[in-house]
Design a protein. Sequence first.
Length: 146
Amino acid sequence: MDYKKIDDIIFVRIDKDEEILDHIQQICKKENILSGYFQGIGACKEVIVSTYLSEKDDFIDHKKTGMLELVSLMGNISMDDNKSPLLHSHASFSYLNDANEPSIIAGHLTEATVRYTGEITIIPVQNKIGRMIDPLTGISVWDFDK
């Protein structure tokens, strides 16, 4: 992994066999980024995306391996209760299914290991955004008062 800060934007190259979210988290800690957003593209070899099941109040994981084109990575950075960066990300991956036709797997990104490269852009913001549990839904949402 390597990165460079240009103006207020951090450009990140994630290398083969490295995990994307781990490196975004490391950069956020090193650069003291507590709020912002990120986006990216690339190619992965193993991913876990999750789908939230409201009736079970839990996620179901979907693991996929092979040549996975990272079509879109989008996420935000907020502060957890310990004032550390907390990542929330979603991603879409394209791949060829067993019939050799294009398919998509997408959802909440839990893990993504790079096959060739990942190109990520992190955009920090000055104001801090925290997290709280929404009393109506029971899920973690942004808290602008932290």
